[in-house]
Design a protein around this ligand. Structure first.
Ligand code: A3P
Length: 287
Protein backbone atom coordinates (compact mmCIF):
# COMPACT_ATOMS: atom_id res chain seq x y z
CA UNK A 1 0.00 0.00 0.00
CA UNK A 2 1.86 3.03 -1.19
CA UNK A 3 1.67 6.06 1.07
CA UNK A 4 1.55 8.33 -2.00
CA UNK A 5 -2.08 7.27 -2.45
CA UNK A 6 -2.92 8.76 0.92
CA UNK A 7 -3.82 12.14 2.25
CA UNK A 8 -2.36 12.50 5.72
CA UNK A 9 -4.26 14.90 7.93
CA UNK A 10 -3.38 15.16 11.63
CA UNK A 11 -2.55 11.45 11.84
CA UNK A 12 -5.53 10.31 9.75
CA UNK A 13 -4.64 8.54 6.50
CA UNK A 14 -7.19 8.20 3.74
CA UNK A 15 -7.17 7.93 -0.06
CA UNK A 16 -6.26 11.38 -1.41
CA UNK A 17 -8.77 10.94 -4.24
CA UNK A 18 -11.73 10.90 -1.90
CA UNK A 19 -10.70 13.05 1.05
CA UNK A 20 -9.50 16.61 1.37
CA UNK A 21 -8.16 18.67 4.23
CA UNK A 22 -10.68 21.49 3.83
CA UNK A 23 -13.61 19.12 4.18
CA UNK A 24 -11.99 17.37 7.15
CA UNK A 25 -11.48 20.75 8.84
CA UNK A 26 -15.03 21.82 8.00
CA UNK A 27 -16.43 18.62 9.50
CA UNK A 28 -14.32 19.05 12.62
CA UNK A 29 -14.94 22.75 13.22
CA UNK A 30 -18.23 23.66 11.61
CA UNK A 31 -20.44 20.64 11.08
CA UNK A 32 -23.46 20.94 13.39
CA UNK A 33 -24.29 17.76 15.23
CA UNK A 34 -27.90 17.53 16.41
CA UNK A 35 -29.01 15.97 19.70
CA UNK A 36 -30.91 13.19 17.93
CA UNK A 37 -28.03 12.18 15.65
CA UNK A 38 -26.43 8.74 15.93
CA UNK A 39 -23.06 7.87 14.40
CA UNK A 40 -21.54 4.53 13.53
CA UNK A 41 -17.80 4.96 13.92
CA UNK A 42 -15.20 2.41 12.93
CA UNK A 43 -11.60 1.99 12.02
CA UNK A 44 -11.71 0.55 8.45
CA UNK A 45 -12.42 -3.19 8.07
CA UNK A 46 -13.94 -3.50 11.53
CA UNK A 47 -17.60 -4.08 10.64
CA UNK A 48 -18.65 -0.71 9.18
CA UNK A 49 -20.96 -2.17 6.53
CA UNK A 50 -22.43 -4.63 8.99
CA UNK A 51 -23.29 -1.85 11.42
CA UNK A 52 -24.77 0.22 8.58
CA UNK A 53 -27.10 -2.70 7.83
CA UNK A 54 -28.01 -3.15 11.48
CA UNK A 55 -28.81 0.54 11.91
CA UNK A 56 -30.82 0.67 8.68
CA UNK A 57 -33.01 -2.19 9.81
CA UNK A 58 -33.37 -0.91 13.36
CA UNK A 59 -34.41 2.47 11.98
CA UNK A 60 -37.00 0.81 9.69
CA UNK A 61 -38.36 -1.47 12.46
CA UNK A 62 -37.13 -4.50 10.55
CA UNK A 63 -38.81 -3.52 7.27
CA UNK A 64 -36.49 -4.47 4.39
CA UNK A 65 -37.83 -2.07 1.76
CA UNK A 66 -35.00 0.42 2.25
CA UNK A 67 -32.23 -2.13 2.78
CA UNK A 68 -33.24 -3.81 -0.49
CA UNK A 69 -33.63 -0.69 -2.62
CA UNK A 70 -31.13 1.91 -1.36
CA UNK A 71 -27.38 1.29 -1.24
CA UNK A 72 -25.81 1.15 2.20
CA UNK A 73 -23.70 4.30 1.70
CA UNK A 74 -26.91 6.31 1.16
CA UNK A 75 -28.84 4.73 4.02
CA UNK A 76 -26.29 5.55 6.71
CA UNK A 77 -24.40 8.26 4.82
CA UNK A 78 -20.79 9.20 5.34
CA UNK A 79 -19.64 12.25 7.20
CA UNK A 80 -16.17 12.95 5.86
CA UNK A 81 -15.28 11.58 2.40
CA UNK A 82 -15.77 13.77 -0.69
CA UNK A 83 -16.88 10.72 -2.69
CA UNK A 84 -20.56 10.78 -1.76
CA UNK A 85 -23.04 13.50 -2.46
CA UNK A 86 -25.60 13.18 0.36
CA UNK A 87 -26.36 16.59 1.80
CA UNK A 88 -26.30 15.74 5.50
CA UNK A 89 -27.54 19.18 6.53
CA UNK A 90 -30.79 18.67 4.64
CA UNK A 91 -31.59 15.28 6.21
CA UNK A 92 -34.40 15.20 8.76
CA UNK A 93 -33.71 14.01 12.31
CA UNK A 94 -32.95 11.48 13.54
CA UNK A 95 -29.93 11.17 11.24
CA UNK A 96 -27.84 7.98 11.28
CA UNK A 97 -24.37 8.60 9.83
CA UNK A 98 -21.12 6.69 9.28
CA UNK A 99 -17.59 7.83 9.95
CA UNK A 100 -14.02 6.57 10.15
CA UNK A 101 -12.81 9.70 11.94
CA UNK A 102 -10.47 9.50 14.90
CA UNK A 103 -11.83 11.27 17.94
CA UNK A 104 -9.63 14.36 17.57
CA UNK A 105 -11.07 15.08 14.10
CA UNK A 106 -14.69 14.38 15.01
CA UNK A 107 -17.10 17.37 14.93
CA UNK A 108 -16.49 19.57 17.95
CA UNK A 109 -20.23 20.19 18.24
CA UNK A 110 -20.71 16.50 19.09
CA UNK A 111 -18.98 16.93 22.43
CA UNK A 112 -21.58 19.40 23.71
CA UNK A 113 -24.54 17.53 22.22
CA UNK A 114 -26.63 14.57 23.35
CA UNK A 115 -25.88 12.70 20.12
CA UNK A 116 -24.81 9.05 20.24
CA UNK A 117 -21.88 7.10 18.91
CA UNK A 118 -21.71 3.36 18.34
CA UNK A 119 -18.05 2.47 18.11
CA UNK A 120 -17.47 -0.93 16.50
CA UNK A 121 -14.07 -2.47 17.20
CA UNK A 122 -12.55 -5.67 15.84
CA UNK A 123 -9.51 -7.72 16.75
CA UNK A 124 -6.80 -5.76 14.94
CA UNK A 125 -5.16 -8.96 13.73
CA UNK A 126 -8.31 -9.78 11.75
CA UNK A 127 -8.57 -6.14 10.65
CA UNK A 128 -5.12 -6.52 9.14
CA UNK A 129 -6.09 -9.68 7.24
CA UNK A 130 -9.31 -8.10 6.02
CA UNK A 131 -7.38 -5.01 4.89
CA UNK A 132 -5.00 -7.17 2.93
CA UNK A 133 -7.87 -8.70 0.93
CA UNK A 134 -9.57 -5.32 0.62
CA UNK A 135 -6.46 -3.98 -1.12
CA UNK A 136 -7.29 -6.35 -4.00
CA UNK A 137 -10.85 -4.97 -4.20
CA UNK A 138 -10.00 -1.29 -3.83
CA UNK A 139 -8.62 0.50 -6.90
CA UNK A 140 -7.21 3.22 -4.66
CA UNK A 141 -4.92 0.84 -2.73
CA UNK A 142 -1.81 -0.76 -4.19
CA UNK A 143 -2.17 -4.47 -3.93
CA UNK A 144 1.50 -4.96 -3.29
CA UNK A 145 1.61 -6.46 0.11
CA UNK A 146 1.45 -9.91 1.39
CA UNK A 147 0.29 -9.94 4.98
CA UNK A 148 3.83 -10.25 6.29
CA UNK A 149 4.84 -7.02 4.51
CA UNK A 150 1.67 -5.26 5.55
CA UNK A 151 2.15 -6.02 9.23
CA UNK A 152 4.94 -3.51 10.04
CA UNK A 153 3.07 -0.80 8.15
CA UNK A 154 -0.06 -1.57 10.14
CA UNK A 155 1.86 -1.37 13.39
CA UNK A 156 3.29 2.01 12.35
CA UNK A 157 -0.11 3.31 11.27
CA UNK A 158 0.96 3.68 7.64
CA UNK A 159 -2.23 2.14 6.27
CA UNK A 160 -5.78 3.11 5.40
CA UNK A 161 -7.23 4.84 8.47
CA UNK A 162 -3.85 5.59 10.11
CA UNK A 163 -2.99 3.95 13.41
CA UNK A 164 -5.50 1.40 14.74
CA UNK A 165 -4.02 1.91 18.18
CA UNK A 166 -4.51 5.69 18.15
CA UNK A 167 -8.02 5.32 16.77
CA UNK A 168 -9.14 2.85 19.43
CA UNK A 169 -7.31 4.54 22.29
CA UNK A 170 -8.75 7.90 21.25
CA UNK A 171 -12.37 6.75 21.25
CA UNK A 172 -11.96 4.68 24.43
CA UNK A 173 -10.53 7.79 26.04
CA UNK A 174 -13.85 9.66 25.77
CA UNK A 175 -16.17 6.76 26.55
CA UNK A 176 -17.17 8.11 29.96
CA UNK A 177 -17.71 11.68 28.75
CA UNK A 178 -20.02 11.15 25.79
CA UNK A 179 -22.88 8.89 24.75
CA UNK A 180 -20.77 6.01 23.45
CA UNK A 181 -21.59 2.35 23.00
CA UNK A 182 -18.71 0.01 22.30
CA UNK A 183 -19.62 -3.02 20.21
CA UNK A 184 -17.11 -5.58 19.06
CA UNK A 185 -17.27 -7.42 15.77
CA UNK A 186 -16.67 -10.59 17.75
CA UNK A 187 -19.71 -10.10 19.97
CA UNK A 188 -21.84 -9.46 16.89
CA UNK A 189 -20.65 -12.85 15.65
CA UNK A 190 -21.23 -14.56 18.99
CA UNK A 191 -24.57 -13.07 19.94
CA UNK A 192 -26.11 -11.08 17.13
CA UNK A 193 -29.58 -10.93 18.65
CA UNK A 194 -28.30 -9.82 22.04
CA UNK A 195 -26.16 -7.17 20.34
CA UNK A 196 -29.09 -5.87 18.28
CA UNK A 197 -31.15 -5.57 21.47
CA UNK A 198 -28.29 -3.74 23.21
CA UNK A 199 -28.00 -1.32 20.26
CA UNK A 200 -31.78 -0.74 20.29
CA UNK A 201 -31.67 -0.01 24.02
CA UNK A 202 -28.80 2.42 23.55
CA UNK A 203 -30.67 4.21 20.76
CA UNK A 204 -33.92 4.24 22.75
CA UNK A 205 -35.61 2.32 19.96
CA UNK A 206 -38.29 -0.19 20.96
CA UNK A 207 -38.68 -3.03 18.48
CA UNK A 208 -41.10 -5.92 18.93
CA UNK A 209 -39.85 -9.51 18.72
CA UNK A 210 -40.80 -9.91 15.06
CA UNK A 211 -38.93 -6.73 14.12
CA UNK A 212 -35.85 -7.88 16.02
CA UNK A 213 -36.06 -11.26 14.26
CA UNK A 214 -36.16 -9.48 10.92
CA UNK A 215 -33.12 -7.33 11.76
CA UNK A 216 -31.15 -10.39 12.84
CA UNK A 217 -32.11 -12.40 9.78
CA UNK A 218 -31.39 -9.67 7.28
CA UNK A 219 -27.99 -8.68 8.65
CA UNK A 220 -26.67 -12.24 8.49
CA UNK A 221 -23.48 -12.72 6.50
CA UNK A 222 -25.31 -14.70 3.81
CA UNK A 223 -28.16 -12.24 3.38
CA UNK A 224 -25.82 -9.28 3.22
CA UNK A 225 -23.57 -11.06 0.73
CA UNK A 226 -26.62 -11.67 -1.48
CA UNK A 227 -28.02 -8.16 -1.08
CA UNK A 228 -26.91 -5.98 -4.01
CA UNK A 229 -27.59 -2.91 -1.89
CA UNK A 230 -25.03 -4.04 0.71
CA UNK A 231 -22.37 -6.04 -1.10
CA UNK A 232 -20.91 -3.17 -3.17
CA UNK A 233 -21.72 -4.92 -6.45
CA UNK A 234 -23.38 -1.72 -7.71
CA UNK A 235 -20.42 0.51 -6.77
CA UNK A 236 -18.18 1.88 -9.59
CA UNK A 237 -15.75 -0.92 -10.46
CA UNK A 238 -12.74 1.37 -10.77
CA UNK A 239 -13.16 2.16 -7.06
CA UNK A 240 -14.26 -1.23 -5.70
CA UNK A 241 -14.18 -4.34 -7.84
CA UNK A 242 -15.77 -7.19 -5.93
CA UNK A 243 -14.89 -9.65 -8.70
CA UNK A 244 -11.27 -9.34 -7.55
CA UNK A 245 -12.10 -10.02 -3.90
CA UNK A 246 -15.60 -9.82 -2.39
CA UNK A 247 -16.35 -6.98 0.00
CA UNK A 248 -18.52 -9.23 2.16
CA UNK A 249 -15.74 -11.77 2.11
CA UNK A 250 -15.34 -14.29 4.93
CA UNK A 251 -16.99 -12.80 7.99
CA UNK A 252 -15.28 -14.76 10.75
CA UNK A 253 -13.01 -14.06 13.69
CA UNK A 254 -9.59 -15.60 14.18
CA UNK A 255 -8.70 -15.88 10.49
CA UNK A 256 -5.39 -14.22 11.38
CA UNK A 257 -4.25 -17.52 12.90
CA UNK A 258 -4.04 -18.96 9.39
CA UNK A 259 -1.93 -16.06 8.17
CA UNK A 260 0.39 -15.08 11.02
CA UNK A 261 3.65 -16.94 11.50
CA UNK A 262 4.86 -17.27 15.12
CA UNK A 263 7.30 -14.40 14.46
CA UNK A 264 4.52 -12.16 13.12
CA UNK A 265 2.38 -13.02 16.10
CA UNK A 266 5.18 -12.19 18.48
CA UNK A 267 5.89 -8.80 16.94
CA UNK A 268 2.19 -7.98 16.85
CA UNK A 269 1.69 -8.95 20.49
CA UNK A 270 4.66 -6.87 21.61
CA UNK A 271 3.41 -3.77 19.75
CA UNK A 272 -0.14 -4.32 21.01
CA UNK A 273 1.01 -4.68 24.60
CA UNK A 274 3.09 -1.56 24.46
CA UNK A 275 0.39 0.56 22.86
CA UNK A 276 -2.57 -0.75 24.87
CA UNK A 277 -1.13 -1.63 28.28
CA UNK A 278 -2.70 1.33 30.09
CA UNK A 279 -6.18 1.19 28.61
CA UNK A 280 -8.89 0.56 31.10
CA UNK A 281 -10.80 -1.88 28.93
CA UNK A 282 -10.60 -5.61 28.22
CA UNK A 283 -11.53 -6.69 24.75
CA UNK A 284 -12.78 -10.19 24.06
CA UNK A 285 -9.45 -11.00 22.35
CA UNK A 286 -7.43 -9.84 25.37
CA UNK A 287 -8.86 -12.54 27.63
P1 A3P B 1 -13.55 -10.01 6.21
O1 A3P B 1 -12.73 -9.35 5.13
O2 A3P B 1 -12.70 -10.49 7.35
O3 A3P B 1 -14.47 -11.06 5.70
P2 A3P B 1 -15.89 -2.92 6.80
O4 A3P B 1 -17.34 -2.89 6.42
O5 A3P B 1 -15.56 -2.15 8.01
O6 A3P B 1 -15.03 -2.59 5.63
O7 A3P B 1 -15.55 -4.44 7.22
C1 A3P B 1 -15.57 -5.46 6.28
C2 A3P B 1 -15.51 -6.77 7.02
O8 A3P B 1 -16.78 -7.03 7.64
C3 A3P B 1 -15.26 -7.95 6.08
O9 A3P B 1 -14.48 -8.88 6.85
C4 A3P B 1 -16.66 -8.45 5.82
O10 A3P B 1 -16.72 -9.78 5.35
C5 A3P B 1 -17.24 -8.30 7.23
N1 A3P B 1 -18.72 -8.35 7.23
C6 A3P B 1 -19.59 -7.58 6.56
N2 A3P B 1 -20.85 -7.96 6.81
C7 A3P B 1 -20.78 -9.00 7.68
C8 A3P B 1 -21.75 -9.84 8.32
N3 A3P B 1 -23.06 -9.71 8.10
N4 A3P B 1 -21.29 -10.81 9.15
C9 A3P B 1 -19.98 -10.97 9.39
N5 A3P B 1 -19.03 -10.20 8.81
C10 A3P B 1 -19.41 -9.24 7.96
Amino acid sequence: MSSSNFLEHRGFLMPSKYYDKDKLEYICNEFQVRDHDAFSITYPKSGTTWMQEILTLIQSDGDTTISHTVPNWERVPWLEPTLFSTNLESLPSPRFMSSHLPVHLFPKSFFTSKAKVIYTVRNPRDVLVSLHYFSKTAGFLDELDNIEELLPKFLKGEVLGGSWFDHVRGWLGVKDQVNLLIVTYEELLQDLRGSVVRICNFLGKELNEAAIDSVVENVSFKNMKDNKMSNYSTFPKDILDIQKSPFIRKGISGEWKNHFTPAMSESFDAAYKEAMNDINFKFIWDQ
